[in-house]
Design a protein around this ligand. Structure first.
Ligand code: KIV
Length: 275
């Protein structure tokens, strides 16, 4: 049965950890889902790892819907959460509900995620009131890259940490079902996790969060433009791919691939007629 927002809450209540990974297409979603994660995020990180941009700002609602559709087909058990892109929820409550609604109706997501605290709390509540589950996102919020002045660790002094705790409480009160905490000191993430009753999902936020999320290209060693400190590479799939592709090129050049077992045949009688 598919994980739901209730599954996430139940796991927190029982003190069990929640695992999430990103996915953006059918075949990866299928592998990740079959491996047993609780949730898949169709993240706007696709701007960087799929589109090759320097940041997430150019991602559109249509792109999120396109990728969510593919992920939904591949993932039968995970809760599918899709990111609301930059400026798709800032303009008004109505626009926020409309865009979240499209991601659910057209893309097939089970929930949406949006970045920010007090500054977007009205929109977050409006989406929740429209019966769409919302995941919050605090700390290093990549959509604010220009305002933050780069990809920097957040919540490093008392005021900044207090603001994060206050924002987390506001997000919980507005009805979100979980909050991503990105790139904040582990002690601050632990405090937030204790202070709120909904699950926290960490990325660069230490091991006291209720769950963890990583971008799959990072954890499989498929994206080495920049490897953040919080990433653990569980494999180097990038090297395996490069080696396999080089072998393929060599075999094509030598005429060793394809062999008979990879080829189709016409029967002898039909063949003779061609000569
Ligand atoms: O877009 C994304 O992949 C994310 C995760 C890094 C949490 O927001």
């Amino acid at each position: 049965m598919r994980n739901s927002v209730s599954t996430f809450q139940k796991l927190k209540n029982e003190g069990k950890k929640i695992s999430m990974l990103t996915a953006y297409d059918y075949s990866m979603a299928k592998i990740i889902d079959e491996s047993g994660v609780n949730g898949i995020l169709v993240g706007d990180s696709l701007g960087m790892v799929i589109k090759g941009e320097d940041n997430t700002l150019s991602v559109t609602v249509d792109e999120i819907i396109y990728h969510t559709k593919a992920v939904k087909k591949g993932a039968k058990n995970s809760l599918i959460v899709s990111d609301m892109p930059f400026l798709s929820y800032h303009i008004s409550n109505e626009k926020a509900i409309e865009n979240a609604g499209r991601i659910i109706k057209e893309g097939g997501a089970n929930a949406v995620k949006l970045e920010g605290g007090a500054n977007v709390i009205n929109q977050l509540k409006a989406i929740v009131d429209a019966q769409i589950p919302v995941m919050g996102h605090l700390g290093l919020t990549p959509q604010s890259i220009n305002a933050l002045g780069g990809f920097k660790i957040q919540g490093k002094n008392e005021d900044a940490a207090r603001k994060l705790i206050e924002d987390a409480k506001l997000i919980e009160k507005a009805g979100a079902f979980a909050i991503v905490l990105e790139c904040i000191p582990k002690e601050v993430a632990e405090l937030i996790t204790k202070e709120i009753s909904i699950p926290t999902i960490g990325i660069g936020a230490g091991n006291k969060c209720d769950g963890q999320i990583l971008v799959y290209q990072d954890m499989l060693g498929m994206f080495d433009d920049f490897v953040p400190k919080f990433v653990k590479q569980y494999a180097n799939v990038g090297n395996t791919m490069r080696e396999s592709i080089k072998t393929y090129i060599g075999e094509v050049e030598e005429g060793f691939f394809p062999q008979d077992k990879h080829s189709f045949k016409i029967n002898e009688t039909e063949l003779k007629k061609l000569y």
